[in-house]
Design a protein around this ligand. Sequence first.
Ligand code: GRF
Length: 218
Amino acid sequence: MARLRVGVLISGRGSNLQALIDAAAAADFPAEIVLTISNRPDAQGLERAAKAGIATQVIEHGRFASREAFDAALDQALRAGRVELVCNAGFMRILSAGFVEAWRDRLINIHPSLLPAFPGLHTHERALQAGVRLHGCTVHFVRSKVDEGPIIVQAAVPVLAGDDAEKLAGRVLAAEHRAYPLALALIAAGRVRVEGERVVTEGAVPATGMLLNPKAEC
Ligand code: GRF
């Protein structure tokens, strides 16, 4: 079966892009990364993509007169690359309603919190501030409201005594690198559908058990 053609939008480090590249290197992975686009020329993720032999493009938002014009250039590049699904991976631009609608249910994002908690920036600092015991990440379909949209996969990690934002971010990032390839694989295998703004997943997804924090044996 043909593999789903994926375009990844990045702005920086690209560790989630790397997780997707690594997952897609397996012969039986149902998706392939065919294009990486960055809005910043210095994004480290561009090197990761090039190293993996993936086409890269830089589309600098500052060169466009409006958000819509930038998004139109993105759209054109994705279509030219025959991209079927777009993955935002640390892409730090808000997409216009027109773009989001054009790619409805074919555009996903990873966010470093258990949505709907902590949309927006500085999620790890805010999780620590709120005193939550569990934190994590969410892969979701993109809608025009930022960090909203049907949830495909979530991964939870404990918040531990002595955590600072950096330690917590590292634990969440490791979870992101597992959650994003899983979400992509489920979509590419045709096992995800959106019903009334909720995701229904076909077939069994391996149960990883309950995460309880603090531990019960105390
Ligand atoms: C990740 O934490 C992602 O959830 C957020 O931005 C960060 C990007 O990291 N949207 P990377 O560029 O994938 O390493």
